[in-house]
Ligand binder design. Structure first.
Ligand SMILES: [Zn+2]
Length: 133
């Protein structure tokens, strides 16, 4: 019990250490939909290892987080933001955006059109494929 708590605590501490750098990186904008002036939370892009990894962290707004966690409530209009997010300079944000985009293929025409414009490195594609949304 105590062990689990400790691990959780350490992970939490690990993520808090990233906080400042993440805020600086994202410029206080949601790294998927670009919303600003909203509260942002750290989301760890899977696969998540035993230790917190800065390169797997993205800063997301409440609205993105909620829809990310609840596929049934994903609003395709909200996710038009992927048009921009898939070009992100931040690998974790880009990979998460592509994984989300792929979840819309077959339902939204724009998703396939956008996906066809993207070229991912094999490593990135493997990362995308490993994310279950
Ligand atoms: Zn957002």
């Amino acid at each position: 019990m105590a062990r689990g708590y400790e691990r959780h605590y350490e992970r939490h501490q690990g993520l808090s250490v990233f906080g400042k750098d993440l805020v600086r990186r994202c410029g206080a904008h949601c790294e998927l939909c670009d919303a600003q002036g909203v509260s942002l939370k750290i989301f760890e892009v899977p696969p998540v290892g035993s230790e917190a990894d800065f390169d797997h962290c993205v800063m997301l707004c409440e609205s993105c987080l909620k829809q990310l966690r609840n596929p049934a409530r994903r609003d395709p209009n909200h996710w038009r933001c992927l048009n921009k997010a898939v070009w992100s300079q931040v690998p974790a944000a880009r990979v998460l955006a592509v994984a989300l985009l792929e979840s819309f293929i077959g339902r939204e025409d724009w998703a396939l059109l956008l996906r066809e414009q993207l070229y991912l490195l094999p490593d990135e594609q493997a990362w995308v494929d490993s994310i279950e949304l």
